[in-house]
Structure formats: C-alpha cells, structure tokens
Design a protein around this ligand. Structure first.
Ligand code: C5P
Length: 259
C-alpha cells in the first residue's frame, strides 16, 4: 500500500555517531516526519536501542543493514530484525534468489512467531554512489546501470520480496516493469533549494546550478523522484546537515504535497 501522506513518504537517514545524537534529531523531527532509516553507522554504534528509541517516539523504522550473506545467515538476521519491530528492511539483491527467498520467508515466519507485523522486505539494486564506469571496471558488470537495476529487481520480485531500493533515475522503468504494488524506495535525493532548509525546496530547471550531491552520483530532487513513481524517499544529509533539520524536512514535505 502506498504511504498515506507526503510526510509518511520521507524517511530521514539517521547517519549519526551516537544514540544521543539520533534521539535529538528524532525529537526535532517528530511531528514533521513519521519514518526514519537506521543504517550501519548508527546500528553498529548503538544496536537495537536505536530502533527502540525511534519506535518509542512513534517513528516507523527502515532498518537499512543491506544484508548480503549466505541464505541461512541472512534468514537469521531478518528474523532478529523482525523481532525488533522494524517496518522495513533490506538485503542485497545481488546475493541471489535463494538468499532473497530465505529472507522473505524468515520475515513471514518471525512475524507470526513474535506476533508483530511482517516488515516490508526490499532488495538493494545498485548503490546510488555507483555509475556505469565503476559498475563495469570495479564490479565487473558490463550492463548499463538501468538494465542491471531492472534485472536485480525482477529477481527480487521472483524471490518474494516486496520492493527494492534504487536511485531516482531508475524509478520510472522499475514502476513500469514491476507494477503498482511494488514498493520503490529511493535515496540519492537532493533538494534544489538555494540553501538547504532555508527556503521552500525548488525543483531546478535548466538554468539552476547542479544539485549538491556529496558522494551520491545518481540523484534527483524530491519532487522529481515522486513524479517518477517512488513510494518512499530516503533523505539524509539534506536534513541532518541543515542548520534547522525540522525546517528542512518540512520544506521537502511541503514541496511534495504542493499541487
Ligand atoms: O545523506 P544521503 O541523503 O546521501 O543519505 C542516503 C542514505 O541512503 C544513506 O544512509 C545511504 O546509506 C542510503 N542508501 C544509498 N544508496 C542505496 C541504499 C541506501 O545511498 N542504494
């Protein structure tokens, strides 16, 4: 089911060093956003307490640990993530169909065993920090990025996952190929405002300066990602690095909801 409102579509990436820093951010963002993403930095530093802190404040949690291991190990990790009550989790689609199937089955079994909702299970396609040259030269995949993303997403669907993580630039072909019910989550979001958080977010036109990208390569504005058909947008540094994170988040939500 697609998220109910623009505020539910934006997941703030809590890429911070400590539980305290995450809690301060969540306190500032409560009332503006309803979902957050906990990745390997915060989870390595704070563990399940980070998930608990977010859930206690009413946030849905996307546990973004991008599991990539043999099927039984991934199944065990997914079981534990489900026990924590996360709303969404992900595994690397390049881990293969058997591994993804083990993940989907483990989530369903654990949800029944622990009496919690089954988390939405996503396959990570091609990281938004990679482009065609790196994919070819360093990873050994000669295909175009879009073709490889589609291939991995199709395998994820075949394995019983619910959706995928991909860059905004692949959202449209993914939506066409995988259907309306397929959940698409996209990082690589860069608002086009002049100063992050200071102004309502503007979609850049051809005269605008390029979007600030940090280490992301395949990026888009929030509105463009939504228009292409994304369900959820993961936004990290444009919110967490803003002088006023709540204002930055509110500007993105406003822009998404604007006619
Ligand atoms: O700060 P920024 O908005 O670039 O954060 C993007 C977040 O999305 C990071 O936490 C990163 O780990 C995550 N992510 C990504 N590319 C993927 C999957 C997740 O950038 N394919």
């Amino acid at each position: 089911m697609p998220p109910a409102s623009p505020a539910d579509r934006v997941l703030v990436a809590l890429d911070v060093e400590t539980l305290g820093a995450a809690e301060r951010l969540l306190d500032r963002l409560a009332g503006t956003l309803t979902g957050c993403k906990i990745g390997s930095q915060l989870f390595t530093a704070a563990g399940p307490a980070a998930v608990e802190a977010a859930r206690k404040r009413g946030f849905d949690v996307f546990l973004d640990l991008k599991y990539h291991d043999i099927p039984s190990t991934v199944a065990g990790a997914v079981r534990e993530a489900t026990r924590l009550g996360v709303a969404m989790l992900d595994v690397h689609a390049s881990g293969g169909v058997a591994m993804m199937r083990a993940a989907a089955e483990a989530a369903a079994r654990a949800a029944a065993d622990f009496g919690v909702a089954r988390p939405v299970c996503l396959g990570v396609t091609v990281l938004t920090s990679l482009d065609r040259t790196t994919l070819h030269r360093e990873v050994g995949v000669p295909a175009a990025v879009e073709a490889h993303v589609l291939r991995l997403a199709e395998r994820a669907q075949e394995a019983g996952l619910d959706g995928c993580v991909a860059s905004p630039q692949e959202v449209r072909p993914l939506r066409l190929a995988l259907g309306r019910a397929w959940v698409i989550v996209t990082p690589g979001i860069r608002p086009g405002g002049v100063e992050r958080g200071a102004e309502p977010v503007r979609v850049p036109d051809r005269r605008s300066p390029p979007l600030p990208t940090d280490d992301q390569v395949r990026v888009a504005t929030p509105r463009a990602a939504l228009a292409a058909g994304a369900d959820y947008l993961v936004v990290g540094r444009p919110i967490t690095g803003a002088a006023d994170p709540a204002a930055a988040a509110a500007a993105i939500v406003r822009d998404l909801g604007a006619p």
